[in-house]
Design a protein around this ligand. Structure first.
Ligand code: RNT
Ligand code: ZN
Length: 409
């Protein structure tokens, strides 16, 4: 039965893994230490709380589907989060966006937000022993309607968004102070163009200046870690994205920031797993936004598929203390809490699969003669009793090993 593991299955699995030099109980313990940053925006289709009828707009992002049950305010969102948390083994992080502040009846514009608007979230997180992360919201706003924010030609627009992001970093640092562990502030902006602009260099120089104005404000890394997120294209920014991969790679490296690799933001044949070691050869850490790109959409729910397994395998090899794992997906055709749990669990499964791999030595493919041995062992791993170890992990955390048959979400 999918929902009732047999303890003897785990014991047998443990013996099988021991034969290839893997400590299955140790893998379970290591997995329990990994906190994943859960996106609050999965639960309301990236709508936010900035007033009645707030909805995702602009920014090259789109959400499709009409499944009932979208969270319509802080209470509904927190209830949905509790449903998801009850299905996700272990202790995690909660990732907020600026538009999820609690502003009461009056409009508080993005250049006027402060930690006080997130006190409810801080209390919620503390109660559940979640650590908080934060994001500036540079879309779904009239000042982003033109498709540009920090790279805008208009100085007033730039100043508005610079102030917004500065305040968001301040809020994140405030969270970091309160929780005794750094909060991550990730910056993604939509700036781009449907048709190729003539002056790409000018636009990117403007963006660099805006970013410099933002990051000139220093915060203690004990409280705040900063990352910047690139994208290949978006809806309405098909020909040009100012914050491209190369732009942010150079920016982050030269300014001592982290980069965020969103797995939906690259050409489908690129391996994000392979990018980790390239970046980590120069920088101390990286942020991942795990999602699943399908055709034009970068935000499908992640599954335990090749891409996620390879990514988590690389994360384990590079050292999990250097890889911050966040999720980024939203799908209005699914029950949201179930989708959040499903995606988080898929990433955890991939992590466990990676932790159950023999250490480098028996898999070393470097010597030509060993290439066959390596491939044969990789193939052998695919039929190891992984499911029994996963079921044991779930049992230890009092969650079902499968979300099928469908739980009440
Ligand atoms: C957009 C980026 C960004 C957002 C969230 C809501 O393409 O992936 O991370 O999805 O911040
Ligand atoms: Zn992302």
């Amino acid at each position: 039965m999918a929902d009732r593991p047999d303890v003897r299955d785990f014991e047998r699995a443990r013996e099988r893994y021991a034969e290839i030099g893997v400590d299955a109980a140790g893998a379970i313990r290591a997995l329990a230490e990994v906190r994943i940053s859960l996106p609050c925006w999965t639960l309301d289709d990236v709508s936010g709380f900035e007033g009645e009828g707030a909805a995702l707009a602009g920014g090259g992002l789109a959400v499709t589907g009409a499944h009932p049950g979208r969270a319509r305010g802080p209470e509904e969102l927190r209830r949905a989060l509790d449903v998801a948390l009850a299905l996700i083994p272990g202790r995690h992080r909660l990732n907020l966006h600026a538009m999820y502040g609690e502003f009461g009846d009056r409009r508080v514009d993005r250049d006027a937000i402060g930690p006080e608007h997130f006190a409810g979230w801080a209390a919620f997180a503390a109660e559940r022993r979640l650590l908080l992360d934060f994001n500036a919201t540079c879309f779904s706003h009239e000042r982003a309607a033109s498709g540009t924010t920090l790279a805008s030609r208009d100085p007033g627009t730039r100043a508005f968004w610079i102030e917004h992001v500065r305040r968001c970093r301040q809020i994140a640092a405030h969270f970091g102070l309160g929780q005794g562990a750094p909060a991550l502030h990730n910056l993604w902006i939509p700036d781009g163009a449907k048709e190729a602009p003539e002056d790409r260099l000018g636009i990117r120089a403007t963006l660099r200046e805006s970013l410099d104005a933002i990051y000139a404000v220093r915060h203690d890394p004990v409280h705040l870690l900063d990352s910047v997120e690139s994208k290949l294209f978006g809806l309405g920014s098909e020909s040009f994205v100012a914050g491209s991969h190369e732009f942010y790679l150079a920016y982050a490296l030269s300014r001592g920031l982290l980069v965020c690799f969103d797995t939906g933001h690259f050409h489908p044949t690129e391996s994000v797993a392979d990018k980790l070691s390239a970046w980590l050869a120069f920088a101390p850490a990286v942020l991942l936004h795990v999602s699943r790109g399908v055709r034009w959409d970068s935000d499908h729910v992640p599954l335990f598929d090749d891409a996620v397994r390879e990514l988590m395998t690389e994360a384990v090899r590079c050292g999990l203390h250097r890889v911050h794992i966040a999720l980024d997906f939203f799908d209005a055709s699914l029950p949201r809490a179930g989708a959040l749990a499903l995606g988080a669990r898929a990433v955890q499964k991939a992590l466990l699969f990676a932790l159950l791999r023999p250490a480098a030595d028996p898999l070393a493919p470097e010597a030509g003669d060993d290439a066959f041995r390596h491939l044969a062992l990789v193939e052998a791993l695919s039929t190891m009793p992984f499911g029994a170890v996963w079921a044991r992990f779930c049992e230890e955390h009092a969650v079902p090993p499968a979300l099928w048959p469908r739980p009440a979400v």
